[in-house]
Design a binder for this molecule. Structure first.
Ligand code: ADP
Length: 254
């Protein structure tokens, strides 16, 4: 009889130890489950561009089609997609494993917003969509990682541009309590109410056939959400199909 020989205080200790092992095992199971899902999703995403590239290369090789500039561009596009997938995947697996280096320091968001707006404006043809930064005066400093915050903004502004044929993209900021909020609002295709709960899930894309033309990976918003959370912030979305979307996130004030 164990209890006869071992003092009850030690039994309690052993019980605690066994509980914490159980919790560890459960959390490892969760990690393993997510890893399996990620590999499943990834396989699916890799297959499409690979099939397209292999198909064209085979036809080129056996002479059943001729190489045209359009064809080579298509091949380049699919290869770029694969490259982006590899980059995004590296980011998301690091973020999910908690290996994304984050350096939280006080910094001023305004110069970052201004330089990003300039950079994106240079890329937009005929100023379409119009990109507007609406801030009044100085901004209070936040405690965050400026590189990661830039990555968040690049993803959100990039999406707003990709999903807006024409119209306006507006960046606004405001303060509530001890947080600074930044919103990216577009007048683009919008997201239906039914789809909205899924936008931050990895590999999720509204209407895959249409989205594919827009050459995304479906990983951007999943990464973005992780980056916001790692900086103790929050991210939210509001959208209406055919009208446009607002993605807003907050960061703690310094
Ligand atoms: P993707 O690389 O496909 O853009 P994201 O994770 O960035 O991947 O976005 C997931 C999906 O959410 C997109 O495929 C698109 O359907 C939808 N989405 C994201 N941003 C917007 C936006 N600003 N307007 C409309 N739909 C959007």
């Amino acid at each position: 009889n164990l209890q006869a020989r071992v003092p009850s205080s030690e039994i309690a200790e052993l019980q605690k130890l066994s509980n914490s092992f159980n919790r560890m095992a459960q959390s490892l199971e969760g990690v393993e489950q997510r890893r399996r899902e990620l590999i499943g999703d990834l396989t699916h995403e890799l297959r499409t561009p690979l099939t397209v590239v292999r198909g064209y290369l085979e036809e080129l090789a056996d002479g059943s089609i001729d190489g045209s500039p359009e064809l080579y561009l298509r091949l380049v596009k699919e290869t770029r997609r694969l490259e982006r997938l590899a980059n995004d995947l590296q980011e998301i697996s690091k973020a999910e494993a908690g290996y994304l280096p984050i350096q939280l320091k006080p910094f001023n968001l305004l110069p970052l917003l201004e330089s990003l707006v300039e950079r994106f404006k240079d890329q937009l043809l005929n100023d379409n969509p119009v990109l507007v930064l609406e801030t009044e005066g100085e901004l209070p400093r936040v405690i965050a990682d400026s590189d990661r915050t830039e990555q968040i903004l690049v993803n959100l502004i990039g999406n707003a541009i990709r999903y807006t044929e024409e119209g306006q993209i507006t960046l606004t900021t405001w303060q509530t309590g001890d947080r600074l909020w930044v919103a990216v609002t577009d007048t683009g295709i919008g997201i239906s109410e039914a789809d909205l709960p899924y936008v931050f899930e990895r590999f999720w894309r509204a209407d895959r056939s249409r989205s594919r033309i827009r050459s995304g990976t479906g990983l951007g918003l999943a990464i973005t959400r992780r980056l916001v959370e790692l900086q103790n912030g929050q991210i939210e979305v509001e959208s209406e199909l055919g009208k446009g979307s607002t993605f807003r996130f907050c960061l703690p004030l310094a």
